[in-house]
Design a protein around this ligand. Structure first.
Ligand code: ASP
Length: 466
């Protein structure tokens, strides 16, 4: 690799490393300021009971300033980054090993997250012991919430109709697309990833004649990353606006309300998974300081927290992982786009806690077998959830349906009405911010781990894969 490159990045493009780091720190400070100011202003708006239109302004402005520019990059970025990752690896057998290890890592970590969530919610029982009148009020408010959020209700009904089987058929259809342009225009990343994988492999196998195309994609990738570096400067403002909207709508006061035990349990579970379980895995498999890597990924993690979307965060995740986190292009370009689409540790954990909590609230005790159903379906539902706000809430109805089906065999056939999900809808955005952060952190940890299998330096790659 030419000496002016560090992890595949031309230094000249960004000025000297020192000034880059200074700018990085400035940006971190600004994003942090945006987050804190967003929480402060949001809480103020909540207490001032400002009109819905004022809050809607914050959301619309946040979407315009940050979400839309990031979303604009996602599809071209996925296409180009996966092609670059695969062509630099070359050999299909190497890709098979890395791909297999990546999927295994995703599945194991999601299962660990879900088991942790199920264990916590079963031990601490946040839905048991609330006075009946509080439960009644919650139910009534839940129904109201569902009425108010027609779009989410429609998505939930759709997911309910589809069931787990339908969701998987849908995933398989996305994996075998028929029209790549359609997949791109519908922002369906899985089909684009599959196409990019195959095309990348084919380019690598074609040899000399395909070299200009490979170099073209290399250049296109560097160009998109420069674009990301520009857009990233919008993050502080975007994060401020979106967080102010969330806190202004929900209010931190909810953290001491009747749902407090549930909310705190989700946050504690996410904290244990993100700050203990994933770092332990990262350390065991890389022998590198996981917290240092977490710090290097701070911009992506804060963006995930602010935007509530692992897909929208993807450009920042790739940028941070490769430029600051020491992840190889060969690993990150492939692991991160796939991870943003299917690897959701935070969502899996949250779905398990939320479902068991709701059953507890409705006085339905789940047996061990039913808890296993929760573990399995919550993991699969998390894979099916898209990297967008509230996706986990929507696919949760699949878990509820699966448990309801099993409960039907009991003599009294108890069941949880779908409207119950409305109870947690009102406070979901705050939890969504936290679980999205863990989702992105899980993806980043995966990219770091796979960097050992797919380093960018040719000799190291030979050593790693033989
Ligand atoms: N918002 C989450 C994400 O983008 C998905 C979810 O709703 O759990 O990763």
């Amino acid at each position: 690799m030419p000496s002016e490159y560090v992890s595949g990045w031309p230094i000249s493009r960004f000025g000297c490393t020192l000034s880059f780091m200074k700018r990085g720190n400035l940006l971190t400070g600004l994003i942090l300021f945006g987050l804190i100011a967003g929480i402060g202003v949001g809480e103020l708006l909540y207490h001032l009971e400002v009109e819905d239109a004022t809050l809607a302004f914050f959301k619309a402005a946040g979407d315009l300033v940050l979400i839309r520019p990031l979303m604009l990059l996602i599809i071209p970025l996925i296409l180009v980054s996966v092609i670059v990752g695969v062509t630099s690896l070359g050999d299909p057998s190497k890709l098979g090993l890395i791909g297999g290890s990546t999927i295994l890592y995703y599945m194991v970590t999601m299962l660990l997250a879900v088991i942790l969530g199920t264990t916590l919610v079963t031990i601490f029982q946040p839905g048991v012991g609330l006075p009946p009148e509080v439960v009644e009020t919650l139910r009534a408010e839940g129904e109201q919430q569902l009425e108010q959020h027609a779009e989410i209700r429609d998505r939930m009904e759709e997911a309910e109709d589809m069931g787990l089987g339908g969701v998987w058929v849908n995933i398989l259809e996305q994996l075998i697309p028929t029209n790549i342009v359609h997949e791109m225009s519908a922002t369906r990343p899985l089909g684009v990833i599959v196409f990019a994988l195959l095309f990348g492999l084919a380019l690598a196998a074609t040899g000399e004649k395909a070299q200009p195309v490979i170099r073209f994609f290399d250049g296109a990738f560097a160009g998109i990353m420069t674009l990301v570096l520009w857009i990233i400067w919008l993050t502080p403002i975007g994060v401020f606006l979106l967080v102010a909207w969330t806190v202004g709508t929900i209010g931190l006061v909810e953290l001491v309300g009747p749902l407090s035990k549930y909310m705190i349990l989700v946050i504690v579970g996410l904290f244990i998974h993100g700050a203990i379980v994933l770092p332990a895995i990262l350390y065991l498999l890389t022998r590198k300081n996981p917290y240092r890597f977490m710090w290097q990924m701070r911009k992506a993690l804060m963006t995930a927290f602010g935007t509530d979307s692992s897909s929208a965060t993807l450009p920042v995740t790739i940028q941070s992982a490769e430029m600051e986190g020491g992840c190889s292009k060969r690993s990150a370009n492939f692991v991160l786009p796939l991870g943003a689409t299917i690897n959701m540790d935070g969502t899996a954990l949250y779905e398990a806690v939320a479902v068991v909590f709701l059953f507890q609230l409705f006085g339905i005790d789940l047996t061990f077998v039913e808890l296993i159903i929760v573990v399995v379906t919550a993991t699969l539902a998390a894979v099916g959830a898209a990297g967008i706000p509230s996706a986990g809430l929507v696919t949760m109805v699949i878990v509820v349906t699966a448990v309801n089906t099993s409960l039907a065999a009991r003599p009294d056939s108890p069941y949880l009405p779908m409207a119950a999900v409305g109870i947690i809808l009102g406070v979901d955005r705050i939890l969504d911010m936290c679980r999205t952060t863990v989702n992105v952190w899980g993806d980043a940890a995966g990219a770091k781990i796979m960097t050992r299998l797919a380093p960018d330096v040719e000799e190291d790659l030979e050593k790693a894969l033989g």
